[in-house]
Design a protein around this ligand. Sequence first.
Ligand code: ADP
Length: 376
Amino acid sequence: MAKIVEAEIRSVLSTITAPDGGNIVDRGMVQGLVVRDGHVGFSIEVDPAQGNQLEPLRKSAEAAIMGLPGVLSVTAVLTAHRGGSAGGAPQRPVAAPAPRPQGQHPGGNKALVPGVKHIIAVASGKGGVGKSTTATNLALAFTTLGLKVGLLDADIYGPSQPRLMGLSGRPESRDGKTLEPKQNYGVKVMSMGFLIEEDTPMIWRGPMVMSAITQLLREVNWGELDILVCDLPPGTGDAQLTMSQSVPLSGAVIVSTPQDIALLDAKKGLNMFRKVDVPVLGLIENMSYFSCPNCGHRTDIFAHGGAQREAAKFGVDFLGEIPLDIQIRETSDSGRPIVASEPTSPHSLAYGEIARKIWQKLDATPQRAAPRIVLQ
Ligand code: ADP
């Protein structure tokens, strides 16, 4: 069934003329085509020099596919073509948000992942700030609120959720099409780390990033979830942008250290989500202060409190602070995250409080369809 639809899509797209002759399919411009339950996504590789003029082409490609029977939503993304290079750095999606008229999402008000109420991204301006550790503990904290929770490790460059969640092995598939998520501590987890050998170098090109993420999102039997926590790769580059665009996010949470705030990395994260029209739910200051494992004495190593001030300056909410604590490191690095292994510790309660604030905001937000993307 999916194959027939895919062929139909290609056949319709081949009626669209490429800028320098021929059609966009034969010219190899259509990449990363994904069809799932009536939702269609693909990218169109374009010459960045022509970028600005090609928005009508993107629009007509979307409109043509939307006209096919059974299609519920279409997301076409323009990605910049770099002379057909195979591999190398991910390609730059040339993108910015389209003004989205109220109530006119590509897929109506349907969530793109059936059964999943909210998807949130946990992001950071750079690596090593504790983004994955925060994503794991937040996911666990959501279960303590009585929610059904999934954790999608979208950090396809350095998946760490299998280790953090104490999971290993390949996921099973009951029907040969969808993967069963693995489960621990009451959270369903899917990660590229289950599918590739650890330390396998992966080279991802733009369209591959989009289809890998789309598969991890949609070709997994998530079942009914209240919230799916998505651990994004660190940074604010093209891959992150592509993901923020291809996943129907209800919002994003930015994790940063006090230093990171000072260096304005967190601000880049904020700007990225604003650019793709994803609400920023707030900022979490991680490794906020040092809590001595022996005497419990608290030391502010960096300029503590910067996140709260900066959050106010950027106009986003400050969700809370998590100290630099050996227990947090040891428990997450050994696959027993603190919220699961020591649920009543003050740090676990701090994660719980942050989760509560996030859920409060989400509960008041209607579900979102995937953002539409146009050239600037
Ligand atoms: P990122 O996802 O931002 O690259 P990780 O979550 O992998 O960062 O964290 C990097 C390292 O810092 C890990 O060893 C992790 O255990 C540790 N870490 C994260 N948060 C804390 C914290 N609050 N206290 C102590 N160690 C932490």
